[in-house]
Ligand binder design. Structure first.
Ligand code: ADP
Ligand code: MG
Length: 336
């Protein structure tokens, strides 16, 4: 295998490899002073998707590996397009798991999502109410940091030594402005919290502790969050719309085809153990052959069918076919 690959898609953790990543190109170097904090460990949302039987063969093809690693080296976001079920979201979890980058920060995008939601929220009303209460009780009001919570993007930009992984999921669902707004923050690798910036010259207010998206209290200095290691950002899209050229220019674009053959076998083994691909060749070949009609049939359906037939009808081929057929259907709610 190529030496330059940091992420190799082998499905086994190798947390030291990230140290072999060379320094960023000068135009992508960031100056945030690193926090001493450890990286929060990987959580169930990653292991659920990846399966628990690691040591499967590579679940990415060579071209995808090259592009994923290009994004890591260049400190650029990876824009992953492809049909539902092609493995876009799981890719972020796979990189975090293998490179020991800890819990994936997830930002699911909907039409109402604004940049601000990803950066931070400030509970001004809560603070006002608490201040009035404190006055009545004749005590000091709580620190402003208690009313600020960083979002997934804001947390990903905290100055950590190891890059965090940020999944901006289904960016194509956003309103028209979000991709451009996002672009500025991703270019600069930093953002301001005006509420803190204004107060930063008051005594004791230079450094304020706020809540991160994953529930830790983290220091913010001078009202700005400035990254150290640029996060590994995965933006996914089901291709429902085109993105503005400036965004495309600053991303690495990877298109994932629906998994077939080796990749599909690797996924099946990741979830059901070594050899599970061979034990379910009938279902796998049915799954891959039936979509010659260009209909969408996400991998989740194959995984569901294998699970169900494993527990119900191991021995009766006809029933097995029947049950699998119930689940493996094109993504279309019209009656068939
Ligand atoms: N590398 C992988 N290893 C194991 N399972 C995977 C892998 N990639 C995808 N899958 C499985 O395939 C299914 C679809 O993947 P997902 O990432 O949700 O697709 P998308 O985001 O493109 O819709 C999930 O059930 C996931 O568990
Ligand atoms: Mg997805």
């Amino acid at each position: 295998m190529d030496d330059w690959l940091i992420y190799r898609g082998v499905g086994a953790p190798d947390p030291d490899r990230i140290h072999t990543l060379p320094p960023p190109p000068p135009w992508r170097a960031f100056s945030g002073e690193p926090l001493p904090d450890p990286v929060p460990p990987i959580d169930a949302s990653s292991t659920r998707r990846l399966g628990s039987r690691v040591s499967a063969p590579p679940a990415q093809d060579a071209r995808a590996l090259d592009l994923i690693n290009a994004a890591l080296y260049l400190r650029r976001p990876l824009l992953v397009t492809g049909e539902p079920g092609s493995g876009k979201s799981t890719l972020a979890h796979s990189v975090a798991y293998e490179l020991g980058l800890g819990r994936v920060l997830q930002w699911p995008v909907v039409s109402r999502t604004e940049l601000k939601d990803g950066l931070y929220t400030y509970d001004a009303i809560g603070r006002l109410q608490d201040a009035q209460l404190a006055e009545r009780e004749q005590r000091e009001p709580d620190d402003i940091g208690r009313y600020i919570r960083l979002g997934p993007l804001g947390t990903a930009l905290l100055p950590t030594r190891r890059p965090r992984v940020l999944l901006i999921d289904e960016l194509d669902k956003s309103d028209i402005d979000l991709p451009n707004d996002l672009l500025n923050v991703v270019e600069e690798g930093e953002f301001a919290l005006p509420e803190l910036e204004r107060a930063a010259d008051r005594p004791g207010q230079r450094e304020v502790h706020v809540l991160s998206h994953d529930g830790r209290r983290v220091p913010v200095r001078d009202g700005r969050v400035r990254c150290h290691a640029f996060p590994f950002v995965v933006m996914t899209s089901n291709g429902e719309r085109d993105f503005p050229a400036p965004l495309l220019r600053r991303c690495i674009h990877l298109h994932l085809d629906p998994p077939r053959d080796e990749r599909l076998a690797a996924m099946v083994q990741a979830h059901f153990g070594a050899g599970a691909d061979e034990g379910n060749l009938d279902l796998i070949s049915r799954f891959t052959s039936e979509d010659g009609d260009g209909e969408l049939r996400p991998t989740d359906q194959l995984l569901n069918a294998i699970y169900l037939t494993q527990h119900t009808v191991r021995t009766d081929p006809a029933r097995r076919e029947e049950i699998a057929g119930l689940l493996m259907r094109p993504l279309d709610t019209r009656q068939r």
